[in-house]
Design a protein around this ligand. Sequence first.
Ligand SMILES: [Ca+2]
Ligand SMILES: [Ca+2]
Ligand SMILES: [Ca+2]
Length: 139
Amino acid sequence: MKFNSTIAFGVLAVAGFTAFAISVQEAQAGHACAIIAKVDRNKDGKIGRGEAIRAGLMAFKKINDDDRTLQPHEAATRHIGPKTFDKYNRIKRKGLDRVEWSRLVRDRFRAANGDGDRTLECDELKTRRGHRLLAVIWH
Ligand SMILES: [Ca+2]
Ligand SMILES: [Ca+2]
Ligand SMILES: [Ca+2]
């Protein structure tokens, strides 16, 4: 009985991951700009750095288990490989904490902001770098 429920949980976990993967793919395919409506606190139709970091922290909460940091397998669901993980994980004995995660989000925001102004516009979210930001703020 216990064995069966373990399998059922595994199936649910995989189903959940697949559902997430599809939503990110959908976001990247044609609805990249849909995230703007979701995170645009000041209603200017663009994503500011603070808005991106706030959204990033909501994504953090979504993918984290009940501890305080992200382990590599949790971060991997957001296209963060071992090298990137290690680069941002300054305090090595734990996973990525909220401060370290926010640095990663901030750097991806900056990288995606091709025109160098203060905000991300819809077209900037459709680029490869935009997708990389999307992966860490989608929630
Ligand atoms: Ca905004
Ligand atoms: Ca965790
Ligand atoms: Ca911009």
